[in-house]
Design a protein around this ligand. Structure first.
Ligand code: ADP
Ligand code: GN1
Ligand code: MG
Length: 363
């Protein structure tokens, strides 16, 4: 696949190359577990090939990650923690850059491996979900004083649902793969809910809702929990850290975690929104974030969950119509299965909205 030995020569790594194999379940980058050996002692790292098809300015994206990880590492050190474990930590290239560009091959980065911790693909215990909420709540708090103006917008309009809707309409119109007819019901589902698209965007625009540094991809598998205690260790996958709404981060966690099925589960009878898990997450998130949340944000948290699920389903559907060029798929129907699963959750959440809002107000 890649000539790993020559790729890693670009980084400030100690020891000899031992092995490098595909790792994790991410949709965007290519992730590898790299093992180096020195004096019989093995050390693991994460090597990633950054998706430069999607990220147009990898240099600027990596500068965001450098700034955030260095900032967090200092804060963790100051509170007596272990920055190598509690923060994503870069291994720099030999030229001092936070990444290496290899001509004709691509952009690579290396992170220290966060040991004895697990990124769960779905919620196995409510406790895990609660702890992930604490992790993301703490992450938001840790970065509350970070100067957002220095951050580059790595994916412009990432959670601008109105723009996502326009892209969706274009994909339906173009119908490149001739698939639109077979997914009429899903297309109608999106159109019927067009009103959702502008709500948060407009609150941010008018200033009624604060713009914050947000993670923007707060899935359960982007947080590492201690393999024994289940307590939060670190938040990972910082590619989409940009300005945004707290409701996006809260909502995306709910979208991914408040059910017991995998993201592309084709059997919709297995896909059900679990209000008890919603309660767990809300409790953990609100306790970690404390009083820095505003009233408008609070009023929109539950809606944010519906919006993020709707938006994500719309993105999967758009990708299906465009020929599966964005999200990595494992079978031809993967993106439409993912779409249907998201829309089943949207329907469930719409019914549960009053109860969700009640829970938010309780905590
Ligand atoms: P993607 O953007 O493609 O989702 P991620 O950065 O989330 O890529 O990495 C994919 C997976 O690799 C994660 O879900 C996690 O299991 C694992 N991983 C990533 N970074 C680390 C790390 N520093 N230590 C241990 N595991 C990691
Ligand atoms: C992608 O990179 P990963 O797998 O954590 C996507 C998210 C989607 C998610 C759906 C940069 O996240 O926006 O919500 O898939 N990331 C990007 O699983 O588009
Ligand atoms: Mg990820």
């Amino acid at each position: 696949m890649y000539d790993f030995k020559s790729i890693i020569k670009n980084f400030q790594l100690d020891g000899e190359f031992l092995s490098c194999t595909r790792y994790g379940e991410g949709h965007i980058n290519q992730t590898f577990l790299l093992t180096m050996i020195k004096g019989g002692k093995k050390t693991d790292y994460i090597l990633q090939r950054i998706n430069d098809n999607l990220f147009k300015r990898v240099d600027k994206l990596m500068e965001n990650i450098r700034l955030i990880t260095e900032y967090n590492r200092k804060k963790i050190q100051a509170r007596g923690g272990n920055p190598d474990r509690e923060s994503l930590s870069l291994v720099y290239a030999k030229d001092g850059k936070p990444y290496a560009f290899i001509d004709g091959v691509g952009y690579f980065r290396v992170y220290k491996f966060i040991f004895d911790a697990i990124a769960y693909q779905n919620v196995q215990k409510p406790e895990h979900f609660y702890q992930s909420a604490v992790a993301f709540g703490n992450f938001a708090k840790l970065l509350a004083e970070f100067d957002t103006s220095v951050l580059y917008e790595s994916l412009p309009d990432f959670h601008n649902t109105e723009k996502r809707y326009q892209n969706f309409l274009r994909a339906v119109e173009e119908d490149k793969m001739g698939r639109a007819e077979s997914v009429r019901a899903e297309i109608e589902f999106v159109k019927e809910r067009k009103d959702y698209c502008g709500r948060i965007v407009n609150l941010l625009k008018s200033g009624e809702m604060p713009t914050r540094v947000t993670h923007n991809d707060t899935k359960l598998n982007n947080v590492m929990l201690d393999k024994d205690s289940g307590e939060p260790v670190a938040v990972i996958d910082l590619d989409t850290v940009m300005q945004g709404s707290l409701c996006y981060d809260f909502g995306d966690s709910i979208r991914f975690g408040c059910n017991h099925a995998d993201e592309g589960e084709p059997d919709l009878t297995k896909v059900n929104f679990d209000i008890e898990l919603f309660k767990e997450y809300t409790k953990g998130y609100l306790s970690a974030i404390g009083d820095s949340i505003t009233e408008v944000e609070k009023q929109n948290l539950a809606f944010g969950a519906i919006l993020m699920t709707y938006e994500c389903g719309m993105r999967f559907l758009t990708d299906y119509l465009e020929g599966d060029t964005y999200f990595r798929i494992k079978r031809p129907s993967h993106n439409i299965d993912r779409t249907r699963m998201q829309f089943k959750l949207v329907t469930d959440m719409e019914k549960a909205l009053p109860e969700m809002e009640k829970i938010v107000n309780e905590y």
